[in-house]
Design a binder for this molecule. Sequence first.
Ligand code: GDP
Length: 137
Amino acid sequence: METTLVLIKPGGVARNLIGEITRRIEARDLQVAALVLMKADRAIVEEHYGEHREKPFFADVVDYLCSGPVVAMAVTGTNAVKAIRTMMGATNPIEATPGTIRGDFALTIDDNLTHSSSDPEAAARELALWFPEGTVR
Ligand code: GDP
């Protein structure tokens, strides 16, 4: 069993996709282990995207994640990290396969609706950042 972090970014919340994205996760037989709707703290977002600090798009992605409410979710299940990454689709939605969340609902990389942890190590780091108090189940 693994636990991974999913963020529904401000664009996904604004487009009323919280239910659709959560429905797909649960339909896959993955379990929501913690869930919160929040205005993200800037320091947490900067830490979250720390690996991109030197990239030209760093300020834009941080600004974007802080621009409105986000949903942070811990998701548990067998191979949850890879399963969720595959369900979300390619980072650039124009390359995302139909049937994935990005392939079905997004068009541009700057509004690709979700974040999900890239591997188990990233998941552990990100879960500690967003859910320092731990998960509910
Ligand atoms: P992810 O793990 O699929 O979310 O992708 P990355 O960790 O590589 O990038 C983090 C986020 O930064 C992505 O979800 C995009 O929103 C954004 N991003 C990545 N690459 C680019 C880029 O080349 N241009 C822009 N504008 N945003 C990018």
